[in-house]
Every structure is written in C-alpha cells, then in structure tokens.
Design a protein around this ligand. Structure first.
Ligand SMILES: C[S@@+](CC[C@H](N)C(=O)[O-])C[C@H]1O[C@@H](n2cnc3c(N)ncnc32)[C@H](O)[C@@H]1O
Length: 286
C-alpha cells in the first residue's frame, strides 16, 4: 500500500496495547539521545527567543526539549496523526511546558507563511516520507533566510550486530520491504545531504554518531530497536515472526563477546540570506 501523503509510519493503525508499547519505545529513544541532540541543536544555532517548528513531532518528547531552549520563544509541533498529538498534549502538560503549540498538519500541506521559522527540526521523520523532495522544498519555504534546518535519521546499513541471528536478518529484510512498499526509506541517512543540496541549503554538515554496545550495553541498544513494531497491526505474521527474532536477538545479552552498533545521521543546513544585487549603474545609450 503506497500513498503519497501518508508514508510509512502507520501509528493510527496500531491497537491500544501496541500504541502504548510504541510510545514507550519512542520515549526511551528520546531520552537516550536527549543530551547528544541538545548539544547538536545548540551547536547548529538554536537559542532562546527563536520561533521553532518540530515536524512529525509524534508524542512531543523532543518538542518539549526544544521549547525549554527557545523559551520565551515558541515552538510549534506538527504531526498528521491525531492520536500522536493527543499524547503530545498530555506530555506537554505533564512537563509544564507553556510555549509549545501542537497542530494537525501534513508536511505536504505546510500552511505557514513564507520565511516564518528560525529553526526547523525533523527527527526519525524523513525515513517515512514518500516525497522527501516536496517536503524539504516546503520546509525551505517556511524557514527564514539565515534559519537552520536540523534532521536526525537512520540508515539501515549502519546497524550491525555480531553474531547476527538468521531470524533478525530475515526480519530486517521484511521490514525494509514493507517500509519501501509504503513509500518510506530506511536508507534515507545517506541521501539527506543530497536533499539539503537540492533544496538550496548552504553550510550543510553531516555527522554520523556511532552508538556501540561496548559503551552503552547490548540491552540498551536492543531496547531502542523497533523490530517492525509500527507494522504489527497491518501484518500479523510479521508480529509473530518478530517475536522469534526478538527472542534470538535478546538471548545475545548472555553471550559475552556479542557486539552491536549503529549510526545516527545528523544533518544541518542553513537557508542562505538574500543576496543583494546592486541596481545596475545607468549609462547613456551609445
Ligand atoms: C517515528 S515517528 C517520530 C516522532 C518524533 N519525531 C520522535 O522522534 O519521537 C514519525 C512521526 O512522523 C509523523 N509523520 C509521518 N509522516 C508525516 C507527514 N507527512 N506529515 C506530518 N507528520 C508525519 C508520524 O505520524 C509520526 O508521529
């Protein structure tokens, strides 16, 4: 099933318990990367007073962190999933965040004025887009000249584990195929630089942060993986297969020399300031 505007993150299809588990995973992921991400945002230029947009904000875990930095500036978190935004409202309230607004918006109909935001952020979002070029052109339009765009995302080739259970290899292939069939791209990390370039961004910088089990422990790394969870309601056989792959993979925690690592792509770019072209000096006709 491929749809130009819905992409490959079918959260709304999940049943109550599956949603709950997926939200827990997103929360763990947000907490795990929080310090690293804050450092990158500030390095990229995020500061107090800015007007920021968090695209595909999901349950708003990261939008709240951006809002703390921009305060008294404002953040708008947008997502096309009503269920996600409901959760984001709860999260915002529980954290006492007052400068975050949440809106139901699809990136393909980004109804903000031109040159509106100082900072735009998109996390684990581009991998789910069918039309990343349309999306990034929209993002470029609503960013102020001099504004910053910051993306965090994955590239499936940057995950590795040793020893690798056969069931995990098969599961990864199935998930990639499903994501692709729904218009997404689990290999988006390597393409982000080119998307930024095509849209017209300058000062583009890509960093890949490598997260390893020797630093964080194998269990922590495995707890960040989805094992295909967004698709369990649509493909029940996937959910059953994933249980086996999970069991095989988690059993590696007891294997003394097992190792895993993955890379997170962090790409930032700047919308160039308008170039002033001086009026040509008038000369007398020949
Ligand atoms: C994997 S979740 C990431 C959520 C959040 N950024 C985070 O890191 O926790 C991807 C989010 O993007 C949203 N999304 C996907 N395609 C979208 C689109 N075209 N417009 C708006 N939101 C979209 C989904 O509903 C989902 O909440």
């Amino acid at each position: 099933m491929m749809n130009n505007t819905t992409g490959s993150y079918p959260f709304d299809t999940l049943r109550k318990e599956q949603r709950h588990q997926e939200l827990n995973r997103l929360e763990r992921k947000a907490a795990f990367f929080s310090e690293l991400e804050k450092e990158k945002w500030v390095q990229a230029g995020l500061k107090s007073g800015m007007k920021a947009l968090d695209l595909g904000c999901g349950a708003g875990f990261t939008s709240c962190e951006i809002a703390k930095i921009t305060y008294p500036g404002t953040v708008i978190g947008v997502d096309f999933s009503e269920a996600m935004l409901e959760k984001a409202m709860e999260v915002k309230k529980s954290k006492g965040i007052t400068n975050l607004n949440l809106e139901l918006v699809n990136v393909y109909q980004l109804n903000f004025p031109d040159n509106y935001f100082d900072f735009i952020h998109a996390r684990f979002f581009f991998q789910h887009l069918t039309n990343p070029i349309v999306a990034i052109n929209n993002i470029y339009r609503v960013l102020k000249p001099g504004g910053i765009f910051c993306v965090f995302d994955v590239d499936n080739d940057w995950f590795t584990i040793y020893p690798k259970p056969e069931s995990l290899t098969k599961l990864a292939q199935k998930i990639s195929a499903i994501q692709q069939a729904q218009g997404g791209d689990g290999y988006v990390g390597r393409k982000l630089w080119s998307y930024f370039k095509k849209a017209g961004f300058s000062k583009i910088e890509t960093q890949v942060e490598v997260i390893t089990s020797d630093k964080f422990g194998l269990k922590t790394i495995l707890n960040l993986l989805s094992f295909g969870s967004p698709y369990y309601s649509q493909y029940q056989d996937l959910a059953i297969f994933a249980e086996r792959a999970k069991k095989d993979t988690y059993s590696l925690i007891d294997v003394a020399d097992a190792w895993a690592g993955f890379g997170i792509f962090m790409v930032t770019g700047c919308k160039p300031n308008a170039v002033l072209i001086p009026n040509p000096v008038k000369i007398e006709p020949f």
